[in-house]
Design a protein around this ligand. Structure first.
Ligand code: ZN
Length: 402
C-alpha cells in the first residue's frame, strides 16, 4: 500500500526528512467513486523531498484514495467526512498534524463538494517548528514488530504503554526508556479526543475494511457514559485486536455524541450502514457494551430479539427494559459484587427475571469487584471464544453453548 502526501491523515511523511518551506499547498480532486482524477500544487516536489518518488502523479491518478490511506479507523473517518460533504454540499475544514521526525507540522485540510458527486481536497501548511528528531517516527515503519504502538492520525499523539495518549516526544522518551524506540511499529488510529471533533464521524471501524470478499463477523462495541469511561471506550477494544484479526472480524465502535442514554435507533442505523457497506456475515453480528453501553445492549436486544448472534453486557442492566419478548440471542452478562452504581442484589434480581425472556442467559459476578470490570472481562479469552463461536439462526447446536 502506498500512502499519499498531503492527504493529511497518513503516516507516510513520518518516515521522511521533510524540508522546511515545502508543501505550502497540495490539492487533488476525486470523482464520485473516490478515484484521484486531478492533482495540483507541489505534489511531485513534496514526494521527492519525502522519499516518495513512488507516488508520482502518473502512478496515483485513477487509483482510489482509500487504497493509499493507512488504518481502517482513518479510512472510516474519511468515508464519513466525504459522505457528509456530498450530502450537505458544505465544505468540511479541520486542522491536523502531519509530523516528520524533525518537524512538528500543523496543517489544515478542506474537503469541498464538486460537480457530479466529486470532491476537492486541499491541504495547507499552517506552521512548522523544529525539534530533536523523534526516533519513534524515524523508525516507525521498519517492519520490526517487536512492539506495536498506536499513533493518532489527526493529532499525532501516541498511545503509550500505560494507556495514555501522549505527545510524540513524550512517547519517544518513554519508548527510549524501555529500550524499544528502535523496534516500534506504528499503527494509525484516531484517539478518543480527535474522534469527538465534529467531523461528522459517528463511529470508528477497526479491522480489515475491504468492501467485498468473504463475509466477516461484526462486533459492535458500545462505550460507557462518563468521562473516564469515554477515555476507556476505545482503549478496551484494542486488546481484542489479535483475537478479532484471527477471526477476520470487524469492530465498529459507535460514538455517543450527547450526554445521557444511547439512542439505540442511531446504533441500529450504524449497524445497517456498516453491514451494507462492508461484507458482513448477517449471522455473525455481536454486540457488547460497558455501563451505559451495557444498558443500550439490553435495549437493542429487546428491540431486535433475533438480530444478534451473541451479546455481552458488562456492568449495566436496565430493569424492566425487557418485557413481552423472547430474545433468541445468547447473552453473557457481567457485573461486580460491589458495583456502587447498581447493587449486586439488584443485578441478581433482574437477571433472574430476565431468564424468562432470554433462555440462553449466562451471568458472571466478579467477587469484590466494583463498576469498572470491563478490562477484566474483555481480557478473558473465554468470552471471545464464546462470542465468536455463536451464529444467529443456526440449528447446529453451537448456539448458546459454552
Ligand atoms: Zn488525536
Amino acid at each position: 500500500m502506498r500512502e499519499i502526501p498531503g492527504i493529511g491523515l497518513v503516516a507516510w511523511t513520518r518516515c521522511s526528512y521533510l524540508k522546511l518551506n515545502m508543501t505550502d499547498r497540495i490539492a487533488y480532486s476525486l470523482d464520485a467513486a473516490d478515484r484521484i482524477v486531478r492533482i495540483e500544487g507541489q505534489w511531485d516536489d513534496f514526494a521527492a523531498a519525502n522519499r516518495g518518488q513512488h507516488v508520482t502523479r502518473p502512478s496515483v491518478l485513477g487509483t482510489s484514495i482509500f487504497s493509499h490511506i493507512a488504518g481502517s479507523e482513518v479510512r472510516s473517518l474519511y468515508r464519513q467526512i466525504f459522505a457528509k460533504v456530498r450530502e450537505t454540499h458544505e465544505p468540511a475544514r479541520f486542522p491536523y498534524r502531519c509530523d516528520s521526525p524533525e518537524f512538528r507540522r500543523n496543517m489544515a485540510m478542506t474537503v469541498s463538494p464538486r460537480d457530479r458527486a466529486g470532491l476537492h481536497i486541499e491541504s495547507t501548511t499552517r506552521g512548522v517548528t523544529t525539534r530533536a528528531p523523534a526516533s519513534i517516527l524515524t523508525r516507525g515503519k521498519t517492519g520490526d514488530t517487536a512492539r506495536v504502538a498506536c499513533i493518532c492520525s489527526v493529532c499525532c499523539r501516541v498511545l503509550d504503554a500505560d494507556g495514555t495518549w501522549r505527545e510524540v516526544e513524550a512517547a519517544d522518551v518513554a519508548a527510549a526508556c524501555l529500550g524499544s524506540a528502535g523496534s516500534v511499529q506504528l499503527v494509525d488510529r484516531i484517539c478518543p479526543e480527535c474522534s469527538m471533533v465534529d467531523l461528522g464521524c459517528r463511529y470508528l471501524l477497526t479491522g480489515n475494511d475491504r468492501v467485498s470478499g468473504r463475509p466477516r463477523p461484526l462486533v459492535v462495541f458500545l462505550h460507557g457514559g462518563g468521562h473516564s469511561n469515554y477515555l476507556l471506550r476505545l482503549q478496551a477494544p484494542p486488546r481484542l485486536w489479535h483475537r478479532l484479526q484471527q477471526d477476520d472480524a470487524l469492530l465498529v465502535s459507535p460514538l455517543k455524541r450527547t450526554s445521557g442514554a444511547w439512542t439505540t435507533h442511531e446504533v441500529q442505523q450504524i449497524i445497517d450502514h456498516v453491514s451494507q457497506t462492508y461484507a458482513i456475515d448477517s449471522h455473525r453480528i455481536y454486540v457488547t457494551g460497558v455501563s451505559a453501553g451495557a444498558i443500550a445492549t439490553w435495549r437493542l436486544l429487546a428491540q431486535q430479539p433475533r438480530r444478534f448472534a451473541a451479546a455481552a453486557p458488562i456492568a449495566g442492566i436496565s430493569p424492566g427494559a425487557v418485557r413481552d419478548v423472547s430474545i433468541q440471542t445468547p447473552v453473557w452478562a457481567f457485573y461486580g459484587e460491589r458495583d456502587p452504581v447498581m447493587r449486586a442484589q439488584s443485578f441478581r434480581a433482574e437477571l433472574e427475571r430476565l431468564r424468562r425472556f432470554v433462555p440462553t442467559l449466562r451471568a458472571t459476578e466478579y467477587p469484590e469487584a466494583g463498576h469498572e470490570i470491563w478490562g477484566r472481562a474483555y481480557n478473558d479469552a473465554t468470552l471471545w471464544s464464546w462470542i465468536l463461536s455463536q451464529r444467529a439462526g443456526s440449528t447446529t447446536g453451537r448456539r448458546g453453548g459454552w
